[in-house]
Design a binder for this molecule. Structure first.
Ligand SMILES: [Zn+2]
Length: 296
């Protein structure tokens, strides 16, 4: 089988380069027919009722819409992923994955407010059919490199954005695709099952609960142990500042009410992002953090 591998692989790379929206020069590969079958049409969009514990009201504000950004061809992205996921060699697959870099969808205004330019790390753990109606916030538990690496492995979880402790923002999947960030279980064939499709996932690099004797970062102490633990890694100012910029931009572009920005702990039994973060939620940490956003 190895004798056949190099030929289709180069075809895939040439085709990916031709499809890359940031590649400006035409390629001979464009004239060649695609070796891949088109992906299916996106499924009908539905949002499960319990993704938001409180129904949105007409009084819930949405932020002023930002400048529209050019849409990413999500069907093309999914086709590229189909091709990438058929590459058996892990290193060749990773190389092809990196060729799928796409322009970040954050508005120019949002990018100008960030400390660093957004970095894109494509993930293929997604499927078509996302019309975001909510934002779900997470903590990675692991470090930045390991977390991005996991999101780029085949058939693992994923999220749309990740924010490092220093405020650096990474985009991992186009917003119009479903990322696997609120999963609960494995579905058919052992693949991650994603039921809660209509949302954007943002991961904050954070260990969550920590042992204060072996952790030298900032600690938030929850005297009530409302999430089962007392000591939590705190979120640095730079990370929160980037999170605010992302939330304001994404909610404005998609028309998402602020009360649909929720923590993963509000979706299922997870504890993230923990008591050290309070966007505007009713937290029972002690002392509770002042809210970052104000709801009426
Ligand atoms: Zn989570």
């Amino acid at each position: 089988m190895r004798i056949h591998r190099s030929f289709p692989f180069f075809l895939i790379l040439a085709w990916l380069a031709a499809c890359n929206p940031v590649a400006g020069t035409p390629s001979q590969a464009e004239a060649q027919p695609s070796p891949f079958v088109p992906v299916d049409s996106p499924p009908t969009s539905t949002i499960l009722p319990f993704i938001s514990p409180t129904p949105a009201s007409s009084e819930t504000p949405t932020l002023v819409p930002a400048t529209p950004v050019p849409p990413i061809d999500t069907m093309r992205y999914a086709q590229n992923c189909d091709a990438v996921d058929r590459i058996p060699d892990v290193y060749e697959r990773q190389f092809a994955l990196e060729q799928m870099e796409f322009p970040t969808e954050l508005s120019a205004e949002a990018q100008a407010r960030l400390l660093f330019p957004v970095l894109v790390r494509p993930s293929c753990n997604m499927r078509t059919g996302n019309t975001p109606q909510a934002i779900v916030l997470h903590a990675t538990r692991g470090g930045l490199v390991a977390s991005i690496s996991e999101f780029q492995e085949r058939d693992k979880s994923s999220a749309h954005y990740m924010i490092d402790r220093d405020g650096q923002v990474y985009q991992l999947a186009p917003e119009g695709l479903v990322a696997f960030h609120v999963t609960c279980c494995l579905g058919a064939g052992g693949k991650v099952n994603e039921d809660y499709t209509q949302s954007i996932g943002i991961e904050l690099v954070n260990k969550l609960y920590v042992n204060p004797d072996g952790f030298d970062g900032p600690i938030f102490e929850d005297y009530l142990e409302s999430f089962g633990y007392r000591y939590w890694e705190d979120y640095p100012e730079a990370q929160i500042a980037s999170l605010v910029i992302l939330v304001e931009d994404i909610t404005a572009r998609w028309g998402i009410p602020l009360d649909k920005v929720i923590g993963h702990y509000q979706v299922n039994d997870n504890t993230d992002p923990g008591p050290a973060l309070n966007l505007f939620w009713r937290r029972n940490g002690n002392p509770s953090r002042p809210p970052i956003f104000n709801l009426p």
